[in-house]
Design a protein around this ligand. Structure first.
Ligand code: 13P
Length: 287
């Protein structure tokens, strides 16, 4: 059964490790991530962007697929199904479809509007026993065609949003979605430290988990990050493994063109990436 991400992230914050949010794009990705979480005895959050939800034929299809897999694959670790960077309308649709967690990304609104909309969602989500992530300070890079520059959130604004009763908070600390540019300045640990001092026990979320050096990940966890989002790194490993299979002509040998065979190396590559991240984040054995 799907669970809210609240408890797993409170435990992670108290235990000084982070739970990975791995975004899903299709059945193969979902199965690969769930099987790895089970093997690693790690809690896990499946992230779904609005674009990926549309691609997978809608949120209800995603809920049906994930619930079916939890049962048929006999998954025992805690799993949350979470909307990633949701609009207000997207959040409402996922609440109705049966997600167990949502992110409302109001970071592009003026703070008053972000506060007002987040507050409305807190009331709805609390009643349903779901968890809610809010965002302050835009996270840079490209997400579903929207390109932003890495910002540092204002710690006072973070406190205002945190005090609304949300469950975890994404705050921009110079992080970027996708590959980091050569001249990236790194994470702003001063900002993270100031945010954690004002928000106390609130689990903090680090978006753009792809390509952040391991030492920075560890330092971010030591400063209150309890959830780390990864998407691009799984895309890169999936694409590389699929390309290798095709370039080696395996799709032309025997029944190599069978989609179950063609997509297998990519799925195995995702399993390896997810395992590596769970080890780095310290969530192995924490389920
Ligand atoms: P990456 O694509 O950089 O791994 O970021 C994922 C993310 O933050 C999703 O919200």
């Amino acid at each position: 059964m799907l669970v809210s991400a609240k408890e797993m992230l409170q435990k992670a914050k108290a235990g000084h490790y982070a739970v990975g949010q791995f975004n899903i794009n299709n059945l193969e990705w979902t199965k690969a991530i769930l099987l790895t979480a089970e093997e690693c005895k790690s809690p896990v959050i499946l992230g779904v962007s609005e674009g990926a939800g549309k691609y997978m034929a809608g949120y209800k299809t995603v809920v049906g697929m994930v619930n079916g897999m939890l049962e048929e694959l006999k998954i025992t670790v805690p799993v949350a199904l979470h909307l990633d960077h949701g609009s207000y309308e997207g959040c409402m649709k996922c609440i109705e479809a049966g997600f167990s967690s949502i992110m409302f990304d109001g970071s592009h609104f003026p703070i008053e509007e972000n506060v007002a909309k987040t507050k409305e969602l807190v009331a709805i989500v609390n009643e349903k026993g779901m968890s809610l992530e809010a965002e302050v300070g835009a996270i840079g890079g490209e997400e579903d065609g929207v390109v932003g520059k890495g910002e540092c959130a204002d710690p006072e604004e973070c406190k205002r949003i945190a005090d609304l009763g949300i469950d975890f908070l994404a705050a921009g600390i110079g992080n970027i979605h996708g590959k980091y540019p050569e001249n990236w300045e790194g994470l702003s640990f001063e900002t993270l430290d100031a945010i954690q001092k004002l928000t106390g026990d609130m689990p903090l979320v680090l978006h753009g988990g792809t390509g952040i050096p391991a030492d920075m990940i560890k330092k971010a966890i030591s400063l209150g990050v309890a959830k780390i989002n990864v998407n691009t790194e799984c895309q890169l490993s999936f694409a590389a493994a699929t390309r290798k299979y095709v370039e080696e002509g395996k799709d032309l040998e025997g029944k190599g063109f069978d989609p179950r065979k063609l997509l297998k190396p990519g799925a195995e590559a995702i399993m390896a990436t997810v395992k590596e991240k769970m080890e780095l984040f310290g969530s192995v054995g924490k389920a």
